[in-house]
Design a binder for this molecule. Structure first.
Ligand SMILES: [Zn+2]
Ligand SMILES: [Zn+2]
Length: 254
């Protein structure tokens, strides 16, 4: 956002665009408001019979204090005329599991099945190409078989142990091993993420924090995910301004 502001300030031709953008945003809000009034005008609160207003994404409320998801309450699937079930990013028919577009979402996060499938397919194809490329490079540069006649000894290369220690930022005090200075426990984050994901996927922003310090928590969550992606436990896909974290089964990567 800051970059955009500097960019606009230095470009007189683009300076006027900011005003136009603000007007478009206001207009969009008005259209959205009108659209929801129309949609909710056809329905009434199941508890008190009063009128309804949208109060958040997929959430409407009545003056009696009843807050609920209008898609689940008022919409049926077009395929089977069955009730809908809410998944992480979309609604499905409770009978045949087909994805159903909600009438009560405007420009909020709408799950686009075809787009999502394409994203996952592309991401996997890219990862596969990369792995094949690395495999090809490694095969070309492979040295002869290394026969270890004795146990490797770090001290045989002068200064190697010290260099390695300074690289990972630790002192081998009396050989007691690596003690992390921060409280970051990647294992805890990994277990937390895996238990939330199950076999499905979730947005990065939807992964509940493990600690009160939000900023630090975000960084640690992110680092853990990078390592998990390297280990091919999850895949990370850009999803708008968020990251979609998906559990991957090992056969998906063969
Ligand atoms: Zn009510
Ligand atoms: Zn159906």
């Amino acid at each position: 956002m800051l970059f955009q502001e500097v960019f606009y300030a230095n470009n007189p031709l683009l300076g006027g665009l900011k005003g136009v953008q603000a007007r478009i945003a206001r207009f969009t809000e008005q259209v959205k408001d009108f659209y929801f009034r129309l949609q909710l005008g056809k329905h009434e609160c199941p508890k008190c019979g009063g009128s309804l207003a949208m109060v958040g994404p997929s959430q409407c409320a009545s003056s009696c204090g009843n807050v609920f998801d209008p898609t689940l309450a008022f919409q049926q699937s077009t395929c089977c005329r069955a009730r809908l079930v809410r998944k992480t990013f979309h609604y499905v028919c409770s009978n045949c599991n087909q994805i159903v577009q909600s009438r009560f979402l405007f420009d909020e996060r709408i799950f686009d099945a075809a787009y999502f499938r394409e994203m996952v397919r592309e991401s996997r194809a890219r990862a596969k190409r990369k792995r094949e490329e690395v495999r090809r490079l490694l095969a070309g540069s492979r040295s002869d078989a290394l026969l270890l006649m004795e146990e490797p000894c770090l001290e045989s290369i002068p200064g190697l142990a010290d260099a390695l220690n300074s690289f990972i930022g630790t002192e081998m005090a009396g050989g007691c091993g690596y003690v992390p200075k921060s409280g970051f426990r990647m294992g805890d984050y990994r277990n937390h993420i895996l238990s939330l994901l199950g076999e499905g996927s979730r947005l990065f922003s939807d992964i509940a924090p493990l600690m009160a310090d939000c900023r630090r928590d975000k960084i640690w969550r992110f680092i853990t995910l990078i390592f998990m992606a390297q280990d091919r436990e999850v895949e990370l896909i850009q999803y708008g301004r968020d990251i979609l974290v998906g559990r991957i089964s090992s056969e998906a990567y063969l």
